[in-house]
Design a protein around this ligand. Sequence first.
Ligand code: EPU
Length: 348
Amino acid sequence: MTDSDLILQHDVPLKHLNTMNLEAYADDFCVVKTQEDLFRASQAYKQMVQSGKRPHVFTLGEGSNTVFAAKNITSFIIKMEYKGVTTVKETAEHVFVQCNAGEMFRDVVIKFCQNNLSGLENLSAIYGTVGAAPVQNIGAYGQEVRNCIESVRVFDISTGSFEDYTNSQCQFGYRNSVFKYQNGEKIIVSVVFRLNKEFKPILTYANLANRVQSCGTQSFTPLFISDTVTKIRNEKLPDPKIMPNCGSFFKNPVVSMEEYGRLLQSYGDIPSYEDKDGVKISAGWLIEKCGLKGVKLNGVGFHDKQALVLVNYNSNDAGTLLDFVKQTVQTVSQKFGIELIMEPHIVR
Ligand code: EPU
């Protein structure tokens, strides 16, 4: 029996492995739970390459930011379930914790908060695994994960070797990192988070600040902020187990100051935020202004409380969903002259 026989599976159903609940089947699939599994997956991949097939490699976490765009997925799907959390270093100000990629990000955030370690509390209740968090530099309520990442360990499946990226080598940006531009052969296997011992709440996001201040207390804890963020998210964002979705379906577009000025002349109430490259505009607002909030078509549609969330009500077909997305991008472009960019990974 070879390493490939030990790990490779074929025609594996993916419907229960993506929060959009799209029906798809993986030609080649494996689950990675240990470091040995990584080497087995690497062997299996090398054998595919030797036999003349070099499939795209896609690492699947919780499938909460993934759209399977075909029934038959020809990418080699590596389902990352490698777990483990270890404190690796402590200084006067920080604790450094290594989390393996298959841990659920929301679980480790709660654990940190319970231990009074702060930095990630504003990112509570976000779907997805630890390994997925750096790829799109997840962000919410005034914080981005890059601010707490010390380093990221990557396994190159084509060579079977490990590589550590420092924070600056990750080249983080808004919903962006170097990992988005690598071919799938580099797999994130663990992340070292740098957490603060002293708690300084991040209350730059008005919605969160108002909610926290209305509670009247002055002695905030990371767990209190985490609970408050979780409540706000639960009020606005649909539970994917009930309404299948991928969170925000588009990035908030960043426009130049000139373009923002032009938009302001017609739309004085446009929600916007400062950005290092210009002005960030709310994509949810743009979609709502096009009359698409709560609109459903052929089993898919935008959520009625947050237009940035595309819900798969009852479509099995990625084609229908992507047609709806295409129409939305066109509608927004015609009305505002702004091109919306999709956030989830499209996998074929
Ligand atoms: N808005 C509308 N209509 C809508 C949705 C939003 O007018 O249907 C307006 C709101 O009134 C507000 C502004 O847009 O003035 C911003 O809305 P919100 O606070 O809900 O945040 P967002 O910009 O829509 C971003 C992230 C979310 C994150 C929230 C909170 C992106 C692409 N999305 O959404 O991230 O939770 O901020 O920080 O940056 C995700 O990535 O999956 C995600 C949920």
